[in-house]
Each structure stands twice: as C-alpha cells, then as structure tokens.
Design a protein around this ligand. Structure first.
Ligand SMILES: Cc1ncc(COP(=O)(O)O)c(C=O)c1O
Length: 391
C-alpha cells in the first residue's frame, strides 16, 4: 500500500484538535457543551474591517499581489510597528504572511539548519515544537514555571545553550499561560541573545490583549536587538480575524529575502482584498480592539475569582491573552483525566496542559474567549464537578 511520507509520523494531531472533536461529537448528541478549549475570539470582526474587504473585492482587487505583500500594507505595518512598538522598520523589512503561523514556519524554514537547536518555551504553542522537527532542527524546551509567574528564567535558559543553539523563540503575551514577559526579563534575554549570537523569534500575536498595569514590550525595540530579531504578528487575535489568515514578519531584509522564498512556493501571497482590509484594521480599528479588550478584562476578573473560590484549584491571574492556566494538582487527576472528566461530567471542553509540553502536566487551559454568561455557567458546573471529585 502506498503510504504517506515517514516524516509525517513526527507531526501528530494536536490534543486541542482531539478535544474539539470530542466536544463537537458530544454536542451532536444534544449535549450543551461550553467551549473553553478554543483559542479564537468569539467576537465578529469589526464592521469597519469587513466593509473595507467588501469594498476592496467590489473594486476588483482580486488578483495576486507581490509575494512580499502590497506596498501599501507593508508601509502601514512599518507605521504600526513605529507607533505601537517603537521599532523603526522599512517596508523591505516586512513580509506579509498568511497568518502568524506561516510567519513562524517561514522563519524556522529559512533561518535554521538541520541539527541546529531552537529554544522554545514549555508549555508552548505547538507549532514551535513541530515545525523545527519537520526541518531536522531540534527544539529544546525551556521551562515556564508557575512559581515565577511564568516569567522566563534567564539563568536557567542560558544553561540550555550549546554550540548548536541558533534560535530563541519567545511568545509574550503567551499561549497557553497568558503571561506577559516583563521588560526586565526581556532585557536579560536580549543580553543572552547577543552574548551567544542567537536569532530571536518573538511571537507577539496577543500584544494588545493586556490587562491591568502590564505593558507589552517588543524585544526588537531593545538596543542591539532589531538586527537579530524576527518579530511575528498577525490579525487573528487582536482584531478577531482568525478566518482571514493575515499576519506579518518584520526582520532584517536579508532574512525577509530568505523567508519570502518559502512563502512564494507555498502561498504566493496573502489574499489581495484581505491585505487591503488589514490596513484599515491597523489604522482605524483601535476603538474596536479596546472594546474587545474591555470585555475580555471583565471575563478575566469573573473567571479568576471563580477559580480562586474553588477548593483544590488555583491559578495565576494572567496579564495577557485570553487564557487561564489552572493548577489542578490538588485534585490528584492528571491533566488529560481532568479534561476528559470535565467534558463527560460537566460538558465543559478544556485543553489538558500536558498538550503544550511536560511543564503543562497538572494544569488545564481555559479560554475565556467565550461569552460572559457561558463563563458564569461553566464556573458553576466546574465547582460542582470538582466538589463531586473531592467529596
Ligand atoms: C502564540 C500563537 N502564535 C500564532 C498563532 C496563530 O496565529 P494565526 O492565526 O495568525 O496564524 C496562535 C494561535 O493560537 C498562537 O497562540
């Protein structure tokens, strides 16, 4: 029998997808499942962005664009990076991608050699584990610990560096923990990257989803870092545009020239009218973004206080994104057992923390990109389910 390539065995389906499928199957049987496993905003895309895309299609903007992206969007991205992130890029340092996921793929494909090592967080968004493996590059996990508020420990990270270490991936605000790396942590990482001549890939897709006094800092804005950093960002999370598939990478132009080679043979370009709407998102949708952030903040307070009031569960209130990484160790169940139990007994879909790496064992990830009243209902069900476990 003709089989798929053997390297596919290194690309398993993610446990998130497995949970979603189980939850959907249960729903089809009539269960009232509350979806807290999904990492996508529940808001519609702001009208101003949809209108821009519709007008763009109607005006006949339906053809291939430059592989790099349109000059207008690349310009708009440089303005955004200056305004929000204080980094001075030129358009030749920008590649428009089909989502941030493609930016991550292109960076790893274009900038690493087989057997190079890439430092990745544990727990991590799974692309950073599997994409390097696809190219024979070796992912090496550095731990994010709850007791440090999931801040990266620079000393611990530096001890993992070998002569083969080529790249350091950071993700702040982070998935799955919601942690925002502090300016102090980033400054220490910048020194390490310079000392060991590392490329830094900084995934900033959740940058605007920040609560309280926390502040997002782009590592490329720190002295000496722009020339060794690939800043990845996209429209999926902050503008609620997951289905539009638009993102970008900002990096030294010689790296962008390498990354565009990967991009041209896979995607050619991002969709033309989506790129035009992207300009509207960057320049005219800030009020919509802030409205969504205010609602996430309201849900976050609700969910954090509910978890803290349930004996045997606790969490670190996350400063960013829309995830809560809940410590379940006192229940005695594993992450996978807890996720299975909550789905079956309380019809709440969550992701076992172990899906994101060994450091995630003993945790479950709840997404609060879920309507407020459903969160209230989910927390009541969770309370009863955990009580039943421990009584
Ligand atoms: C850290 C991180 N980066 C990138 C992505 C994917 O982004 P996009 O939809 O722009 O490909 C996700 C989605 O969950 C994510 O959590």
């Amino acid at each position: 029998m003709l089989t798929a390539a053997s390297r596919m065995s290194a690309l398993p389906f993610s446990e998130i997808r497995v949970m979603m499928e189980k939850a959907t199957a249960l729903q089809r049987q009539g269960a009232d499942v509350i979806h807290m496993e999904i990492g996508r905003p529940d808001f519609d895309t702001p009208d101003i962005i949809k209108d821009a895309a519709a007008a763009s299609i109607r005006s006949g903007n339906v053809f291939y664009t430059s592989n790099f992206g349109t000059p207008e969007l690349r310009q708009a991205i440089t303005r955004k990076l200056m305004r929000d992130n204080h980094i001075d890029y030129t358009p030749d340092e920008i590649l428009v991608t089909v989502g941030t996921g493609e930016g991550a793929y292109a960076a790893i494909a274009a900038l690493t050699e087989p057997e190079d090592e890439v430092l990745i967080p544990d727990p991590v968004w799974l692309n950073y584990l599997h994409v390097p493996r696809f190219f024979g590059t070796v992912p090496v996990r550095y731990p994010l610990r709850e007791e440090n508020g999931y801040q990266i420990d620079p000393e611990e990270l530096e001890r993992l560096i070998t002569p083969n270490t080529r790249m350091l991936v950071i993700n702040s605000p982070g998935n799955p923990t919601g942690a925002v790396q502090s300016a102090r942590t980033l400054t220490a990482l910048a020194a390490i990257a310079q000392r060991h001549d590392l490329i830094v890939v900084s995934d900033e897709i959740y940058e605007k989803l920040i609560y309280g006094d926390a502040r997002h800092v782009s590592i490329a804005s720190l002295p000496g870092m722009k020339e060794r950093t690939v800043t990845l960002n996209g429209f999926s999370k902050c503008y609620s545009m997951t289905g539009w598939r638009l993102g970008y990478a900002a990096a030294p132009s010689r790296w962008i020239d390498a990354m565009v080679r990967v991009h041209q043979y896979v995607n050619t370009c991002a969709p033309s009218f989506v790129q035009e709407a992207g300009i509207t998102a960057l320049e005219k949708a800030e009020a919509d973004v802030q409205r969504m952030v205010a609602e996430y903040a309201r849900r976050r307070s609700c969910i954090v206080s509910a978890i803290e009031s349930i004996p045997s569960l606790h969490c670190t209130a996350p400063d960013g994104a829309f995830y809560l990484f809940v410590n379940i160790k006192q229940t005695g169940l594993s992450s996978a057992q807890m996720a299975g139990y909550l789905l079956e007994s309380a019809q709440i879909a969550v992701v076992p923390g172990s899906a994101f790496g060994p450091m995630g064992e003993g945790y479950i990830r709840l997404s609060y990109a879920c309507e407020y009243q459903r969160i209230v209902e989910a927390m009541e069900r969770l309370r009863r389910a955990v009580q039943a476990l421990t009584s």
